[in-house]
Design a protein around this ligand. Structure first.
Ligand SMILES: Cc1cc2nc3c(=O)[nH]c(=O)nc-3n(C[C@H](O)[C@H](O)[C@H](O)COP(=O)(O)OP(=O)(O)OC[C@H]3O[C@@H](n4cnc5c(N)ncnc54)[C@H](O)[C@@H]3O)c2cc1C
Length: 499
C-alpha cells in the first residue's frame, strides 16, 4: 500500500492557510474517488479523509503470496458502467487494466450435484442464442420450452416495482428461475430474489418487457443493433469485465498516490467518526466528532461514504427521519474463502471462470470463482486460486460458524462438487459483515425520500454502494456526483472565492 500523509485529528479550526476544507468519512473506493474529484475540480480545496480501520481501500484488498495474487474482496469491475474506466483514465492507468482470459470463458451451474455449462450467450436472464437454450441440459425439455415461450407472455403493468423472482417466474417460468437466473443474479447481489427489486437493480429487463413486449425479443434486437454499430470491425477496446493487472489494491494505491501528489489531502487512519452535527459558523458549518478522544473538527462541507447503516448512526442527532431511512436499508454478510491449490488436486479440470449454485441444490456455498482461470498471472503454472462465497442473504446462519467450521464445510463441498482429492491446506476466511446493501422492493422510493431529506442539509452529501448501484463503477460515479453537488453548494463556492 502506498504511503499516505497520515495524521491524527487535533485541531478544531480550519486549515492554517484559511482554505476551505472538506471532510470525507470512509477511505474505501468511494471516499478516495470523492477526494480526487474534489481536488481535481477545485484548486483551493483541502480534503481530510477519516478512516476507521488501519488501511485505505475498504472492501478492496489484494494479497500477493507465494506467486499467487489473491483478491479477498471484489476482483474486477464491469466496463458497461462508466465510473471504473473514467477513474482509471483520470489516473492515467488504463494501460494497466487487463481483461478476462479467452480460454475457459464460460461459467458452470450446478444441476443435481453436477457442474454443467451455463447455456452460451445467456446473460443474467437474457438468452442471446436460442439454439443454446434448446439444447442445454441445465433445464428439462419442459423448462426450455417454457423459457422460450417468454416471447408469448403478456406484458405486466408498467412502472410497478416487482421482485426478481416474481418477474422471472412470470416471464420465463419457475424452472428457469430456480436453475439459471437465481444462481446467476443471486451471486452478484448475494441477495434474496424474493425481495430484490428489479427496478432498482436491473431496470433494463422490465424496460424491455414494456418496449418490446418480451425480454427475448428486446435482447435479440439490441444484439443486432450493437453488431451493426460495431460493424467497422474495430471491436470494443475492453471486454465486459476488467481488473488491474496487479490486483484491485493497485487501483487504491494509484488513487492514494494521486491524492498525495496534490499536497492538499490528508488521510487519518484508525480514526472512526462518531457523529456529525451542524454548527453555527458560516465558514465551517459541519462538525465531525470521533469515537476515540480526538478533538472534534469543523469543515465547510462533508461527504459520508460509509455503509448506509453507519451513515444512519452518524446522522442520528442531525435528522431522525433521515437516520431511520438510512438504517432501514438492509445489508447482507458474506464470507469469501480464498484458497490456493495445485490443479491436479482436483478431478474436475476447472476449465471455466467459476461455478454458481442454485439455492434449490441445498448446498453450503453460493458460488466458487476459479479466479486464476478468469484473469491471467494470478497463480504459478499448474496451480489455481479459488474464491468460494458463503452466506449472503439466503444463508445468513453460516456466518455464525467459526472459521474452522466454514473451512470444513467448504472442503466438503469442494470434494463433492469439484472432486478435491486433498485437504483444504492453504485457505483463509474473509468475512464481509453487513457489507452488501440489499436493494429490496421499494428501494428507489426510499432513496428518493433520503434525497428529499438531504435537501435540508446543504454542504452534507452521501455516497457509496447503498444508493444507486453496488458495483465499483457505480460507487465511483456516486462519489463523483456527490463531489460535484458539494462544489455547487453556494456557501462553499462563496468561501473558496473569498480566499
Ligand atoms: C464480498 C464482495 C465482493 C464484491 N465483488 C465485487 C466485484 O467483483 N466487482 C464490483 O464491481 N463490485 C464488487 N463488490 C461491491 C463493491 O466492492 C463495493 O460496493 C465497494 O467496494 C464499496 O466501496 P465503498 O467505498 O463505498 O465502501 P467500503 O469499501 O465499505 O468502504 C467504506 C469505508 O468506510 C470506513 N468506515 C466505516 N465506518 C466508519 C466510521 N465511523 N468512520 C470512519 N470510517 C468508517 C470503513 O472502514 C471502510 O474502509 C463486492 C462487494 C463485496 C462485499
Amino acid at each position: 500500500m502506498a504511503a499516505f500523509s497520515s495524521a491524527q485529528p487535533n485541531s478544531s479550526t480550519a486549515q492554517p492557510d484559511g482554505f476551505p476544507r472538506v471532510g470525507i468519512v470512509g477511505a474505501g473506493i468511494t471516499g478516495l474517488s470523492a477526494a480526487l474529484r474534489l481536488l481535481k475540480q477545485h484548486p483551493r480545496l483541502h480534503v481530510d479523509v477519516f478512516e476507521a480501520s488501519d488501511r485505505a481501500g475498504g472492501t478492496i484488498e489484494t494479497e500477493h503470496r507465494d506467486g499467487f495474487l489473491i483478491e479477498h474482496g471484489p476482483d474486477s469491475f464491469i466496463t458497461t458502467r462508466p465510473g471504473g474506466l473514467e477513474l482509471c483514465r483520470d489516473l492515467g492507468i488504463t494501460e494497466e487494466l487487463i481483461g478476462t482470459c479467452s480460454d475457459c470463458r464460460r461459467s458452470l451451474v450446478l444441476r443435481n450435484g453436477r457442474p454443467l455449462p451455463v447455456p452460451e450467450g445467456f446473460m443474467l436472464m437474457a438468452p442471446q442464442r436460442l439454439s443454446s437454450i434448446l439444447t442445454t441440459p441445465v433445464l428439462s425439455l419442459r423448462g426450455r420450452l417454457r423459457l422460450l415461450a417468454e416471447v408469448f407472455q403478456p406484458r405486466g403493468p408498467a412502472g410497478t416495482d416487482e421482485t426478481l423472482a416474481s418477474f422471472v417466474r412470470r416471464r420465463f417460468g419457475q424452472e428457469a428461475f430456480d436453475r439459471l437466473v437465481q444462481p446467476l443474479i443471486g451471486g452478484i447481489y448475494t441477495s434474496d430474489p424474493e425481495k430484490l427489486s428489479l427496478q432498482a437493480t436491473l431496470p433494463r429487463f422490465p424496460d424491455m418487457e414494456q418496449q418490446f413486449g418480451s425480454v427475448i425479443r428486446g435482447t435479440l434486437k439490441n444484439r443486432f443493433a450493437a453488431r451493426s454499430e460495431t460493424s467497422d470491425g474495430s471491436g470494443a477496446r475492453y471486454g465486459l469485465f476488467v481488473t488491474h493487472r496487479d490486483g484491485l489494491s493497485a487501483l487504491i494505491d494509484r488513487l492514494v498516490d494521486a491524492l498525495n501528489r496534490t499536497g492538499r489531502c490528508r488521510l487519518h487512519l484508525n480514526c472512526p467518526v462518531g457523529g456529525i452535527t451542524p454548527v453555527d459558523d458560516s465558514r465551517t458549518p459541519w462538525q465531525i466528532s470521533f469515537r476515540r478522544d480526538a478533538t472534534p473538527q469543523r469543515f465547510s462541507g462533508l461527504i459520508v461514504t460509509t455503509p448506509a447503516w453507519i451513515a444512519g448512526e452518524l446522522t442520528a442527532s442531525l435528522d431522525d427521519r433521515l437516520s431511520g431511512l438510512l438504517r432501514d436499508i438492509e445489508y447482507a454478510s458474506t464470507a469469501i474463502v480464498t484458497s490456493t491449490h495445485r490443479l491436479d488436486e482436483f478431478e474436475h479440470p476447472l476449465d471455466a471462470f467459476g461455478l454458481v449454485i442454485p439455492i434449490i441444490e441445498g448446498r453450503d456455498v453460493l458460488a466458487i470463482s476459479f479466479s486464476s482461470r478468469k484473469f491471467p498471472h494470478r497463480a504459478p503454472d499448474g496451480h489455481v486460486v479459488l474464491r468460494t462465497f458463503v452466506g449472503g442473504a439466503t444463508q445468513p446462519e453460516l456466518l455464525d460458524l467459526s472459521d474452522d467450521q466454514i473451512l470444513e464445510r467448504v472442503q466438503k463441498e469442494m470434494r463433492s462438487l469439484l472432486g478435491l482429492k486433498t485437504t483444504l491446506r492453504s485457505a483463509d476466511v474473509w468475512r464481509h459483515l453487513r457489507a452488501m446493501p440489499q436493494y429490496h422492493v421499494g428501494h428507489r422510493d426510499r432513496i428518493a425520500a433520503v434525497e428529499q431529506r438531504m435537501q435540508a442539509h446543504g454542504g452534507l452529501e452521501l455516497a457509496g454502494n447503498a444508493y444507486a448501484g453496488v458495483g465499483l463503477p457505480d460507487c465511483i460515479t456516486s462519489a463523483r456526483q456527490a463531489a460535484d453537488r458539494l462544489l455547487k453548494d453556494e456557501s462553499l463556492t462563496r468561501l473558496a472565492a473569498s480566499v
